[in-house]
Structure formats: structure tokens, C-alpha cells
Design a protein around this ligand. Structure first.
Ligand SMILES: Cc1cc2nc3c(=O)[nH]c(=O)nc-3n(C[C@H](O)[C@H](O)[C@H](O)COP(=O)(O)O)c2cc1C
Length: 191
């Protein structure tokens, strides 16, 4: 079966992409700006380079036609903290995706505890096992599209106690996005 995305509604294209390209890690992004602290999940998120260490996040236009609060703050402050989500986060992630007015903090509104780990970066989600403390590296508009793509440089990795061993092996139980659901404890197999 061959399907031509130009014959589908954008919502259906989104559905097919998010059910086909999975699991996708979830960037739970905290940013700061004039409106205070902001927290929102993004799953169009991948590593793109280790020299420099960079990830990419894709931001759709806000439903009001402007920028979503996260990318607005990244453009203003050049900083973002990405907490990696685990199973206990599935429900608060959904709650923090609610489009609240600029200046209303999702973490306060949804009672998600945050923790400062380095003064110059937005706080992490308090019980996150890993986080990426990032600066804005590059920004690009996807042509003929409502998407803005940000490349974020990892300036610091944060890990909770016991997550990284002496050989830099990292032990995490991240959840992944599959369609509108989440995947947990995916089985590892040798290649
Ligand atoms: C798990 C999950 C993943 C999401 N991924 C994206 C994404 O990759 N890009 C995007 O523009 N919106 C994504 N959203 C929607 C945003 O989280 C939502 O629009 C949110 O209100 C944006 O908040 P902000 O304006 O505070 O940045 C996702 C929502 C959920 C629940």
C-alpha cells in the first residue's frame, strides 16, 4: 500500500507519523522568560550531532498563529532544560501540554515540582533521572510550513545518583511516545 500524504488532512498525517516513527523520546522542556517559568512536552525531538552535542526539537505554530511559549522563551533567553520523562511522568506530561496563557506556569498550575541544578539554566523536573541543560545553537524555519526547528546544544548532562556508572553507561527507564500513547520498558535486544 502506498499512501500519498498530500491526499490526507494534516491531523491524519500527524497520526500516521506518530504511529509509524516510534518510540520517540519526550523532551519535557523548561524555559524561562518574561512570563516566568514554562514547562511543556515535545516529542518531535532527536539527537542530531555529538560534535557539538546537539538535539533538534520541532515546534508547531501556536494555535493563535504566534510562537508557542517554549520557543518564544528559547529565542529570548537562548536557554532550555530538557528533562527526560519516566513512567511516573505520563500523566503530568499530558497536564503540562495544556495551552495556558503566556505567564501562567504549567509547573505551578499542575503542581509539578521543579529543582534548580545550575543557576544559569531553567530548573529540571525534580524527580527526573536525567536532563540536558542546553543553549540555543541554531534556528531554522521549515519552508512552506508552520514548523520552527531549533537545534539545542547540550552544555551539561544532569543525572540523578546511580544513573551513570564509571564507564559512562547510562541506566534510564525513559518512556517513549507512540501515537498518543506511551511506551515503557521496551525490551533491549542485541544487534
Ligand atoms: C507527549 C507530547 C508531545 C508533544 N510534542 C510536540 C511537538 O513535538 N511539537 C509541538 O509543537 N507540540 C508538541 N506537543 C504539544 C505541546 O506540548 C503543546 O502545544 C503545549 O501547549 C506547548 O506549550 P508551550 O506553549 O508552553 O510551549 C506535544 C504534546 C504532548 C502531550
Amino acid at each position: 500500500m502506498i499512501i500519498d500524504p498530500t491526499e490526507l488532512k494534516p491531523d491524519t498525517v500527524y497520526k500516521m507519523m506518530s504511529n509509524t516513527i516510534f518510540p520517540r523520546p519526550i523532551a519535557w522542556i523548561s524555559t524561562e522568560g518574561e512570563g516566568g517559568l514554562n514547562l511543556a512536552p515535545y516529542s518531535y525531538f532527536i539527537p542530531v550531532s555529538s560534535e557539538p552535542p546537539c538535539v533538534m526539537v520541532s515546534f508547531r505554530q501556536h494555535e493563535n498563529g504566534g510562537l508557542k511559549d517554549t520557543i518564544r522563551n528559547i529565542l529570548d533567553m537562548s536557554k532550555a532544560t530538557i528533562s527526560l520523562a519516566h513512567e511516573a511522568h505520563a500523566s503530568p506530561i499530558e497536564a503540562s501540554a495544556e495551552p495556558l496563557p503566556y505567564g501562567v506556569s504549567e509547573s505551578e498550575h499542575c503542581r509539578i515540582d521543579m529543582k534548580a541544578v545550575l543557576d544559569e539554566y531553567p530548573p529540571i523536573v525534580a524527580d527526573a533521572q536525567a536532563a540536558l541543560l542546553c543553549s540555543l545553537y541554531q534556528i531554522t524555519e521549515l519552508k512552506d510550513s508552520p514548523m520552527t526547528i531549533a537545534f539545542l546544544k547540550i552544555e551539561h548532562f544532569y543525572y540523578a545518583e546511580g544513573v551513570v556508572d564509571e564507564r559512562y553507561n547510562v541506566h534510564l527507564r525513559n518512556i517513549g511516545r507512540v501515537g498518543r500513547d506511551y511506551l515503557v520498558d521496551a525490551k533491549r535486544i542485541k544487534g
